[in-house]
Design a protein around this ligand. Structure first.
Ligand SMILES: Nc1ncnc2c1ncn2[C@@H]1O[C@H](COP(=O)(O)OP(=O)(O)OP(=O)(O)O)[C@@H](O)[C@H]1O
Ligand SMILES: [Mg+2]
Length: 265
């Protein structure tokens, strides 16, 4: 059963091991994300970041250990409050044979087992979410003609439309231009101020540096740092794993300018 051991945590991971194929990809990860906390997940290519966030979403089999979301064990899927959670994957394989519009993709974020149609109120929320990523003018277009960065922004809107309490987002900054990055940083800053818990996979803090409260660094499937985010300047001896990860300039824009930031792109 999904008995709660820590209902005040948005995420609780304890002794998590994941094997994929012949390899042990995650090796004893323990991690807690408090409600309202913003955490960056860092690490080299192949260190296990995507596998860890997939494990949080129940998308990979767990060999050992436990994952809880809001006090519910993800092994008992029905007990998890999925409607409170938004997830943006690192990659999605799109099928050009299926013409899906941007608004349909975003509306899919509102579907649940019990609610298979977003309805009229849902449509309004879809348009707000598309506006948040600067794509409301392209709602009826097929996502297959969108650029990679635009497709990624549609996926971000699909998570935002859920108005999640916990947002798990895998490398949102890769492949999107600087202006869009700043707009997304403002969006996430606004969510943070509203109390949303955010787990974001990054390679460097970049424009998100001002909102990152804590960093967890993975290496070969293990946590090698859990604490203060990397700061600018040369890494101290115990911060070797931060090499090359320096704070970027804070974004100049703030939350009210969110939608403006995306427009015209
Ligand atoms: N389905 C799979 N079968 C076997 N091995 C896998 C599978 N998926 C991932 N792996 C392996 O798990 C390790 C971690 O992969 P993961 O995608 O979690 O890394 P990552 O930290 O997200 O990397 P990146 O920064 O490149 O996105 C890699 O060595 C990868 O080859
Ligand atoms: Mg990854």
């Amino acid at each position: 059963m999904g008995e709660s051991t820590d209902s005040r945590a948005a995420v609780l991971v304890d002794g998590l091991r994941v094997h994929l194929g012949a390899s042990r990809v995650l090796d004893g990860i323990s991690l807690r994300v408090a409600e309202g906390e913003t955490l960056a997940l860092l690490g080299a290519n192949g260190s296990g970041k995507t596998t860890l966030v997939k494990a949080l979403m129940g998308l990979v089999p767990v060999t050992a250990g436990r994952v809880e979301l809001y006090g519910s064990d993800i092994g008992n899927r029905r007990s998890v409050p999925w409607s409170r959670i938004g997830y943006v994957p690192q990659r999605v394989n799109s099928n050009p044979a299926m013409a899906v519009t941007a608004e349909e993709v975003v509306a899919s974020g509102l579907l649940t087992d019990r609610n298979l149609r977003p309805g009229r109120r849902g449509h309004g929320r879809v348009m707000v979410a598309l506006d948040q990523v600067g794509l409301s003018g392209r709602a009826r277009e097929s996502v297959h003609i969108f650029s990679g960065g635009q497709q990624q922004r549609v996926l971000i809107a699909r998570a935002l439309v859920r108005q999640p309490d916990l947002l798990v987002i895998d490398e949102p900054m890769s492949g999107i231009d600087r202006k869009s990055q700043e707009a997304l940083a403002a969006t996430l800053g606004g969510l943070q101020r509203e109390g949303t818990s955010i787990v974001v996979v990054l390679h460097d803090l970049g424009v998100l540096a001002p909102i990152i409260e804590r960093a967890v660094v993975l290496e070969n499937g293990c946590v090698v740092h859990d604490g203060a985010p990397p700061t600018s300047g040369p890494p101290s001896p115990d911060q070797d794993h931060f090499h090359g990860q320096v704070r970027g300039e804070p974004p100049r824009r703030t939350a009210p300018a969110i939608a403006d930031g995306w427009r015209g792109q």
